[in-house]
Ligand binder design. Sequence first.
Ligand SMILES: Cc1cc2nc3c(=O)[nH]c(=O)nc-3n(C[C@H](O)[C@H](O)[C@H](O)COP(=O)(O)O)c2cc1C
Length: 190
Amino acid sequence: MTISSDVFRSAMRHLAGHVCLITTCGSDGARNGLTATAVCSVSAEPPTLLCSVFTQTDCRATIQASGSFAVNVLSVADKALADRFASKLRGEERFQAGEWQTLETGSPVLKSALASFDCKLVNSVQVNTHSILIGEIHAVRITQNVEKPLLYSHGGYGEFSRRTPGADTSMQWCPDWDFSADASAGELGD
Ligand SMILES: Cc1cc2nc3c(=O)[nH]c(=O)nc-3n(C[C@H](O)[C@H](O)[C@H](O)COP(=O)(O)O)c2cc1C
């Protein structure tokens, strides 16, 4: 059975993803970055992660040229940055909000991020429209920020609530999604 991209997207909407900014800096000092949920831990020894980035983005080319990138895990307080780094703003314009620093590689690290991973690109694999970028982590910054992580599911942002014994668990995570938009679940059968 061939699965259409619409069915694929409808099913993938059920994955609640952490929201990150993938950032990099070219040799000319020009910064670039994008919002991404496709970030995943690979191994602890050596510390390694991967992310999946649309190959046609400016950011992908800059990462290839610089050989490095950072992954910044956003809190709910930085939802506006998630929108900004997925907007029509280009390159440096996206960095005109937020406070930034660098660690080892020179990639931009967001001071208010819950955690930032400063990576050297050690491998990349082209898969259809996307590039899987493997990053060896050379520096980590963890903040004392007590905000909750920003999550994304069903086309909307939400936040995590821990389940507590005895509490009403019917809806502890309340994102601003519209369930009516999720209408194609039935298409998955043979
Ligand atoms: C919540 C969210 C998650 C996203 N996750 C990814 C992702 O994992 N990989 C990706 O390539 N694009 C992802 N995008 C889309 C890019 O952030 C968006 O297309 C961005 O504008 C790309 O940068 P560009 O405009 O410089 O090409 C995501 C967007 C949002 C809002």
